[in-house]
Design a protein around this ligand. Structure first.
Ligand code: FMN
Length: 353
């Protein structure tokens, strides 16, 4: 079956990348995705109170509208993050806006938060019933602001409020390079205002819906910014930080699409995002949960992020090249890495770089 999914993934490369993504979503909705085998108990880990059967998560951007979190959990992901969702539906940037850099095992995107908006997203999450104790799997909501919004912070608050009790956790996305001005929310005063208002909203919501909040950051931060972000995240009672989103930098690339505007992800992002993760691990001293993203395509890659300080990882770009059967392989390889180095479980390896 996994050979069949590999073949299907290669066949999708005959299509424009965005059309291929649409076809993949439709196939998953139709129940054609892979089914992972039994979990290896050594991969189970609790992160910010979330009980994950394994630490390999689906990064946001793949399931922007919360249509296929069920099939992706069945494919073996330990958790799925849907979104980015914005209050109002939004078309995003003109196409083409998604590029496969095949020679570089990379992707450039400038999608611009194209999504169906908050209501269909909430309805689909509600359909699985109220989230409690991991029932139905861990499904996070990545929330953002509309491009034309006059109150961007209000947009984040609206998403948090509407999805309260429906998502297992929330990710505040201020690091997409494709919404002009968004990343300016990473500067200290703006971040304090954003997280302050979100904390206020959270504290006024029913405690029964309580879900941890994470901040998702860019890999392109300056030296002083890391400490300020950690301080602000801690001061407002967030659970952790996701490191990282796509990069606007351009390392050496071979593909003819290398000059396209947008965020770069996949293999060329791996070292940069892991270096940033190490900085966040040093600055937070174990007081925050860290999730690593950027270029994860193997068990060794996931293991490197875990040893750099991540309690869990996320991936997207590798799926474009390998299809959803990839998760089973990464889980197996990660367990092999842990056993090889004498770790009894994932938790024991976190931060042991
Ligand atoms: C096509 C595409 C769309 C994305 N959309 C989002 C998004 O809506 N929100 C977000 O927080 N990250 C988004 N990302 C970033 C990923 O979640 C992830 O942080 C990044 O791609 C690094 O992981 P990777 O190298 O495994 O792809 C997107 C990435 C890609 C390739």
């Amino acid at each position: 079956m996994s050979a069949l999914h590999g073949l299907a993934t290669r066949a999708l490369h005959a299509f424009d990348p965005e059309d291929a993504h649409g076809l993949a979503i439709r196939a998953l909705e139709a129940g054609l995705g892979p089914r992972a085998g039994a979990e290896d108990p050594m991969l189970a880990i609790e992160v910010a109170g979330l009980k994950l059967p394994n630490p390999i998560g689906l990064a946001p951007g793949f399931d922007k509208n919360a249509q296929v979190f069920g099939p992706m959990l069945r494919a073996g992901f330990g958790f799925v993050e849907c979104g980015t969702v914005t209050p109002k539906p939004q078309a995003g940037n003109p196409r083409p806006r998604l590029f496969r850099l095949t020679e570089d095992r990379a992707v450039i995107n400038r999608m611009g938060f194209n999504n169906q908006g908050l209501e269909p997203f909430a309805a689909r999450l509600a359909h699985r019933g109220p989230y409690s104790e991991g029932r139905g799997g861990v499904v996070g909501a990545n929330i953002g602001a509309n491009k034309d919004s006059e109150d961007r912070i209000g947009d984040y608050v609206a998403c948090l409020t509407r999805l309260w009790g429906l998502a297992s956790y929330f990710t505040i996305n201020i690091s997409s390079p494709n919404t002009p001005g968004l990343r300016a929310l990473q500067t200290k005063a703006a971040l304090q205002e954003l997280l302050g208002r979100l904390a206020e909203a959270r504290d006024a919501l029913p405690p029964a819906g309580l879900a941890p909040m994470f901040l998702k950051v860019a890999p392109d931060l300056e030296a002083g910014e890391v400490a300020a972000i950690v301080e602000t995240v801690e001061a407002n009672g967030l659970a952790g930080i996701i490191v990282s989103n796509t990069t606007v930098s351009r390392p050496q690339l071979a593909s003819r699409f290398r000059e396209e505007t947008g965020g770069l992800s996949g293999a060329p992002l791996k070292t940069l995002s892991t270096r940033m993760l190490l900085e966040f691990a040093a600055a937070s001293g174990g007081r925050l949960a860290l999730i690593g993203a950027g270029g994860v395509a193997s068990g060794e890659d996931a293991y490197a992020k875990i040893r750099a300080g991540a309690s869990a990882v996320q991936l997207y770009s590798a799926l474009v090249y390998e299809g959803p059967g990839l998760v089973t392989r990464i889980r197996r390889e990660l367990a092999q890495c842990l056993r090889r180095d004498g770790f009894a479980d994932v938790r024991s390896a976190v931060g042991r770089a």
